[in-house]
Write a new protein. Structure first.
Length: 97
């Protein structure tokens, strides 16, 4: 038997895939997005940027900005019945309504 891979990007074949027209690096303006404490932000993983990427289970989840940690944001996200605090760089966040 072959031992299964345990990497951080396993089972993400379609989550971390860009459409053909969107391939390559994302616009630099995504890195300069600003969020205030209390803003709603949704996690949208950008596969072209590896740094500051949260775990794939948080892709599509929406949370509240709780603060900053360096150049990244602390996000409070509900995972089941638990509140989790994740660290995400702005390239992987979108403003939520």
């Amino acid at each position: 038997m072959v031992k299964a891979s345990k990497g951080g990007r396993r089972r993400t074949r379609y989550v971390m895939q860009k459409r053909a027209r969107d391939r390559g690096l994302s616009p630099i303006t995504r890195m300069f997005q600003r969020f205030e404490v209390g803003d709603k932000a949704s996690v949208s993983l950008d596969p072209s940027m590896h740094k500051g990427m949260p775990h794939a289970r948080f892709h599509g989840k929406t949370g509240t900005v709780a603060g900053m940690q360096g150049g990244a944001y602390l996000l409070d996200i509900r995972d089941g019945r638990k509140m989790k605090k994740i660290i995400v760089r702005p390239e992987h966040l979108r403003k939520a309504a």
